[in-house]
Design a protein around this ligand. Structure first.
Ligand code: WT7
Length: 646
């Protein structure tokens, strides 16, 4: 299967912005003359004061500094809205599809303009100004996009927190960036179930005394608590302010947003993206990777709580004047045909989703797909984790009827936009490969000793030079930024991913090489889950690793050592799962807990996760060197327990 190459369809090579020859030529120029290349492509967005300097970046670990278009000024919201008004004021900007199939809405660019201006004035009235951090904890409703764009309009920095995170996780993220305004909704609605967003916010705010105001969107009308003087209803405030709000002139390097993401150690870090380079990169990748043309209906199924929602529901598409679909619900409600029904209902042309959803829907059977038409679909996309060739083939043959190229897009929260991907009119496809680098991206593979590997090889994936969408720092902790990404391989950005390059120069991402697990396309730090588990009074020690999971890609496997006197039981197992769920959020729930009387440690006390990973993967015969273990018997015990587990 890995040798299968699906060539670019004739019509695609003709209609797309770039064919293979154009890709080769543009790619060459982008790496031979980055200054010239980006000077030209930076113009795809509107600048208030044009830039004269293009690239000023250093990966030197003593002085990591990344600046693009640094003397230019712009406003991101004006680029996403105002500049389209003249030509496409009446075009639909956002198609909203509610959780309930009977619930939908269309918002034109003109309506978007009015909503965002009013929202921005509401924030101003509450005292928000340029540089302030505003936390957004919202369901997938248009107001989430309005909130982000309203922040961008006044120069405030938004930090969107996924609505599935717990009050504690929300509190940590509010404190992490000192927000004094939180924007939320009374309740969210997903798969017919209510998500108590306002109640969670109230709970979180007990730990965040600096928050002055909570702006509440009415979504369900459910009962909620109210703190007079602190909480305001968005709909009331919107009426009370003007619909006129001139966009703030921002420097290209002024921050646009912070997005917290898990790392291999410690608490989540605030990935900081700035304005000019980010928008150029998000809009350019959206344009070429999805080959977006005027009039296309584009749907990315992500949540705005993740970077995919930032770059490919909101900023990239809107900067391009696109029609972007925003979906409140889940893939299997009311039935597992929902995605395809929505494609038919709104005549979706470009559809972008995650392998975990594809695998889950594949499991629901072909009939649910085949009873829908899907003839509007022209291009399919995948993101978030490696897509196994079986799921790829199903997506291609069943969902796309063998007609639609699949763009398997590799990138990260840190990269701001897509780095390795096919271009539908240029790249022959290999199921499971993210294929080739986007313009300006220079990937390389490194071995453990710091040598660069050439030709066909497997190693750690690095990027050797900067691109405009790259994160600039970890908010409030530049040293952590340098340590995490620029210290492993000097002078290179380390992605944390393993990767193989084949004879054709195609890249195959193999997954994380650090202590990060990818659960359903969401990143989870093993350290976070461990620290949650050990906070439970009955737990003495915990070690968490990933293991292969049919639907989620990776599941969370926790080895737990109990306090002496405590005994393992099914009830305690459930209690621990519920504990982590409540502490971090449902996405962190351990899938498997193995009681471990002891953990394999080196003589200096370091847990040997490599061994724990192998046991979780059922690879008992392949444990590697165990000679440095303090007590080798511990391993036999764990294997015994693993094999005899219920
Ligand atoms: C990690 C980044 C980028 C938006 C969604 C996730 C994995 C992402 C792919 C892909 C193989 C992928 C990597 C990466 N990943 N896309 N197409 N093929 N792996 O963003 O939470 O920052 O996670 O997701 O391991 O490092 P994220």
């Amino acid at each position: 299967m890995q040798d299968t190459v699906i060539p670019v369809p004739e019509d695609w090579a003709r209609r797309a912005y770039v064919d293979d020859a154009a890709y080769q030529q543009m790619y060459r120029r982008s790496v031979d003359d980055p200054e010239g290349f980006w000077a030209e492509h930076g113009k795809r967005i509107d600048w208030i004061r044009p830039y004269s300097r293009v690239k000023n970046t250093s990966y030197d670990p003593h002085d990591v500094s990344i600046k693009w278009f640094e003397d230019g000024t712009l406003n991101v919201a004006a680029n996403c809205i105002d500049r389209h008004l003249e030509e496409r004021g009446d075009q639909v900007a956002i198609i909203w599809e509610g959780d309930d199939p009977a619930d939908d809405a269309k918002i034109t660019y003109r309506e978007l303009h009015e909503k965002v201006c009013r929202f921005a004035n509401v924030l101003k009235k509450l005292g928000a100004k340029k540089g302030d951090r505003i936390t957004i904890y919202m369901p997938m409703i248009p107001e989430a996009a309005y909130a982000m764009l309203a922040c961008a309009r006044i120069g405030a920095i938004h930090s969107v927190v996924f609505g599935g995170f717990s009050p504690d996780s929300l509190a940590g993220r509010i404190q992490g960036c000192d927000s004094n305004i939180v924007i939320t909704a009374d309740e969210g609605l997903r798969g017919g179930r209510k998500v108590p967003l306002k109640a969670n916010t109230d709970e979180a705010l007990k730990k965040c005394p600096t928050v002055k105001n909570v702006v509440v969107v009415r979504r369900t009308g459910g009962d909620i608590g109210w703190e007079e003087g602190r909480d305001v209803w968005l709909h009331d405030e919107m009426q009370a302010v003007s619909a006129d709000c001139p966009p703030e002139e921002m420097n290209a390097e002024d921050p646009l947003f912070i997005l917290y993401t898990s790392g291999s150690t410690g608490q989540p870090k605030g990935v900081l993206h700035t304005s000019g380079g980010y928008l150029v990169y998000a809009s350019m990748t959206h344009h070429y990777v999805f080959d977006y043309h005027d009039g296309d209906v584009y749907w990315c199924t992500a949540d705005v709580g993740w970077v995919t929602g930032h770059s490919y529901i909101v900023y990239g598409p809107l900067a391009n004047g696109a029609t972007t679909l925003m979906f409140e619900g889940v893939p299997n409600y009311p039935t597992a045909a929902r995605f395809w029904e929505v494609c038919d209902k709104h005549k979706v042309n470009i559809f972008y989703t995650a392998p975990t959803a594809i695998r889950a829907l594949m499991g629901a059977g072909d009939d649910l797909v085949k009873k829908t038409d899907r003839s509007s679909l022209r291009l399919l996309g995948s993101v978030g984790e490696p897509i196994n060739p079986e799921a790829w083939m199903w997506y291609y043959n069943v969902v796309g009827d063998g007609r639609c190229p699949i763009v398997d897009t590799w990138w990260q929260t840190e990269t701001g936009g897509i780095l390795i991907t096919p271009l539908p009119g240029a790249t022959g496809l290999k199921p499971g490969s993210a294929t080739r680098p986007f313009f300006g991206i220079q990937p390389a593979l490194m071995d453990g000793e710091g040598n660069e590997l050439t030709g066909a090889a497997s190693g750690n994936l690095v990027i050797t030079d900067s691109w405009p969408g790259q994160m600039r720092t970890v908010y409030g902790d530049h040293e952590r930024f340098v340590q995490t990404y620029f210290s492993t391989y000097k002078g290179m950005y380390f992605t944390g991913d393993g990767c193989r390059r084949d004879e054709d120069g195609y890249y195959w991402i193999t997954g994380r090489v650090d202590d990060v697990i990818n659960v359903s396309g969401h990143r989870m730090g093993t350290a976070e889950v461990e620290s949650s588990l050990v906070a439970h009074p009955k737990v003495s020690e915990a070690a968490v690793v990933g293991y292969p999971h049919d639907i989620k890609g990776q599941g969370i496997y926790a080895y737990v050592t109990l306090m002496s006197g405590e005994t393992p039981s099914e009830d305690l197992r459930k209690e621990l799962v519920a504990w982590v769920r409540k502490d971090i959020g449902p996405i962190a729930s351990p899938d498997l807990i193995q009681w471990a009387p002891g953990l394999p440690k080196t003589r200096s006390g370091k847990i040997m996760r490599r061994i724990l990973r192998k046991i979780a993967e059922d690879e008992f015969s392949n444990l590697g060197d165990t000679s440095t273990l303090a007590d080798p018997a511990v391993v036999d015990d764990l294997i015994d327990n693993r094999q005899n587990r219920a």
